[in-house]
Design a binder for this molecule. Structure first.
Ligand code: MFK
Length: 508
């Protein structure tokens, strides 16, 4: 008789996730918890139903760029799948960005939002990417925008109404560099004919722009005559299209052919006199846009953790239906131990990302202590780099746990691996973030605060499971005093040691 292997299955991704429920209990008071859980139950159902179908459709129909109409007129139109559009609308309706700004649950609103995002991301075909930038743009406008930006753009970015909801791009990367933006050659000059307050025009090429179908973007450019290097950059706001949907003095040079995130339109853009507004005063562009990328880094962490969870759910499910050597995979001690190890790594990601989301919510609501504000600054690069790497390693292991099936495209497992690779690249690579952690130690004098937090709150962890990373951290900090080059060489080891200590401390 013919043998057919049973596929892995998913059920309500909230109800089946006891880890998520436990971490929520840590941060959310019981009176809020029941309201939040009701919504998450609904979202968990969508994530294994309609959203999953739409995300598959979005993956199967990647964006297509049409550069010219049949008569040779330049149109630069990107066709997105229905699945993608439906997912964007659903994200608005469920308030994935809005929940962070309505602040219905006070300083716990970011924790609630993190739970929504964590459930949404793995069934979103990376609609989570424009959402991250949208949220970051809303935060930058909240901090630096004028009344007009707050009234119009901010309201749209945080809307629950799909017909009003806007997403935002974040254009930093140019050919000269993505990590190092000091060579940015996009020039901003005062416009001789400003329209609707767009009193600057931009000229240059942006080399990587994710979610080019967004309605607006926040970007770095150099006002004509400003100093060279990153200090001469300012933060600008632009709206991409006019009332007829035509791009405003922007040409799409091409869509990127990427390893993963294939449902997401990532483009090279030529700005040719694109109308823009300055956000805040001139200068300080990198500092201002850091308010945006510190949000996207938290999003990246939550999404990487959700992505890891999805891969594990599938591997767990498969281990219960697949038999080999006369037993289910899960009944093989080594297979079970491998899964348990991955569950441990995932649990660290979950602890870290929700802790940082919790600090973010407190910071934004003005309830964070000075120590917590500094911990948020120092741990944002840490949680981003740690979750990205652990997710990628974990998903790679999951591919192997599926055997040959994990290597076959239409099982959907290879997509998980290709997509996981991006988490450690965009929004700061592992090395850039390790150095950003050093920046936080130096600029904010974060080391004593971090050490105090660890010694006070994680004492049993550093005497137990986190003993080794604790010793690593102490020896790096002690040996590198005064020698910048050796500290930089050790920055990555230091960052992972800190991540391990905090994650294990939160778990212990
Ligand atoms: C599913 C989830 C999806 C996630 C969204 C994906 C969207 C993808 C789109 C993209 O990938 S957009 C590109 C993302 N690019 C980056 O993240 C840039 C990575 N490079 C860095 O982070 C570099 O470290 C940096 C560009 C910041 C280096 O710039 P500089 O100008 O050489 O750094 P400098 O001089 O140390 O800092 C300039 C100012 O910014 C200083 O403030 P002051 O002007 O007040 O002195 C710094 O303190 C401040 N700053 C830098 N990083 C900061 C920060 N402030 C707070 N937090 C930070 N992280």
């Amino acid at each position: 008789m013919d043998f057919h292997q049973a596929p892995p299955t998913l059920s309500n991704t909230f109800l089946s996730d006891s880890n998520l429920k436990d971490v929520l209990k840590k941060y959310v008071a019981p009176d809020f918890l029941s309201t939040i859980e009701k919504h998450l139950d609904h979202v968990g159902e969508l994530a294994c139903g309609k959203w999953l179908e739409w995300s598959r459709e979005a993956e199967a129909r990647p964006p297509e760029l049409t550069t010219f109409d049949p008569w040779g007129r330049r149109i630069d139109r990107i066709r997105m799948s229905e699945g993608w559009k439906n997912l964007e609308a659903a994200a608005a309706t469920e308030g994935i960005v809005a929940s962070g700004y309505e602040r219905k649950f006070g300083d716990r609103s970011r924790v609630y939002q993190a739970a929504l995002l964590y459930l949404f991301h793995p069934s979103s075909a990376f609609v989570s990417c424009p959402l991250a930038m949208t949220d970051g743009a809303a935060r930058a406008i909240e901090l630096y925008g004028d009344d007009e930006l707050k009234k119009n753009a901010f309201t749209r970015l945080t809307s629950r109404d799909p017909s009003k909801f806007w997403t935002s791009g974040q254009w930093m990367t140019e050919k000269t560099g993505g990590s190092d933006v000091s060579g940015t050659s996009t020039i901003a000059s005062p416009s001789s004919r400003p329209i609707d307050g767009f009193d600057w025009k931009l000229d240059g090429v942006k080399w990587f722009t994710s979610a080019t179908t967004s309605q607006m973007a926040m970007l770095l450019a150099r006002p004509d005559g400003a100093e060279l290097g990153s200090r001469g950059l300012s933060l600008f706001y632009t709206e991409l299209r006019d009332g007829n949907g035509a791009l405003k003095n922007i040409e799409i040079l091409r869509l990127k052919d990427k390893l993963g995130t294939r449902a997401l339109a990532t483009a090279e853009l030529h700005l040719r006199g694109t109308p823009a507004k300055l956000v805040g005063s001139e200068g300080g562009g990198v500092r201002k846009i850091s308010s945006l990328f510190n949000i996207t880094r938290v999003y990246n962490s939550v999404c990487a953790t959700g992505h890891f969870r999805r891969a594990l759910d599938l591997a767990q499910s498969y281990s219960r239906v697949r038999e080999a050597f006369g037993r289910r995979l899960v009944d093989h001690p080594l297979h079970a131990a491998t899964l348990e190890h991955l569950e441990d790594e995932y649990a660290k990601c979950l602890e870290l990302s929700f802790y940082v989301a919790h600090l973010l919510g407190k910071d934004e609501c003005g309830t964070a202590s000075e120590d917590e504000r500094i911990l948020l600054r120092a741990l944002t690069p840490i949680v981003k780099l740690f979750t990205a790497k652990r997710c990628m390693e974990g998903v790679s292991e999951v591919v192997e746990l599926f055997g040959g099936a994990g290597y076959v495209e239409d099982t959907g497992i290879p997509t998980l691996l290709r997509d996981a690779q991006v988490f450690s690249i965009w929004e700061g690579t592992t090395n850039v973030l390790s150095l950003d952690f050093l920046r936080a130690l130096e600029k904010e004098n974060a080391a004593p605060i971090l050490l105090k937090k660890i010694q006070n709150d994680f004492a049993s962890a550093i005497e137990g499971p986190a003993k080794a990373p604790w010793e690593t951290m102490q020896s790096i900090l002690k040996n590198a005093k005064g020698d910048r080059a050796s500290l930089e060489r050790e920055a990555r080891r230091l960052a992972f040691a800190v991540a391990e200590i905090v994650a294990l401390g939160l778990r212990t």
